[in-house]
Design a protein around this ligand. Structure first.
Ligand SMILES: [Zn+2]
Length: 109
């Protein structure tokens, strides 16, 4: 069986900062990311903001930790439909735009 559900950026972002801090726990505070900001600068910034998906993503420099990514077009979105097989850990995420394209094709079936 396949389960369909809405998957949101809020859901992913609940623990995004914790996951980020754990992932970079062994980095020295002054070590820099590709954007030139140090780990400490990001760490301090996270303490200053409300942990909304967009606010976290703005500090991280991308939405990969905070927003679901559409499997079809690759865009990071606020919401997607998640399709998950109950026997498999893998899931497919589909954004509204891609669902619309699929829906158009479905009319030709
Ligand atoms: Zn898409």
């Amino acid at each position: 069986m396949v389960a369909l559900r809405i998957y949101t950026a809020e859901e992913i972002s609940v623990n995004a900062v914790d996951r980020w801090r754990k992932s970079y726990a062994d980095w020295e505070p002054q070590r820099k990311f590709a954007d030139g900001k140090t780990k400490k600068q990001n760490d301090d910034a996270f303490d200053q903001i409300e942990h909304t998906p967009d606010a976290i993503a703005a500090i991280m420099g991308n939405k990969s930790w905070t927003h679901p990514q559409c499997t079809f077009c690759g865009n990071y979105c606020d919401k997607v439909i998640s399709v998950k097989d109950e026997w498999d850990d893998k899931s497919t995420e589909i954004c509204k735009t891609c669902v619309s394209k699929i829906s158009t094709l479905a009319k030709m079936l």
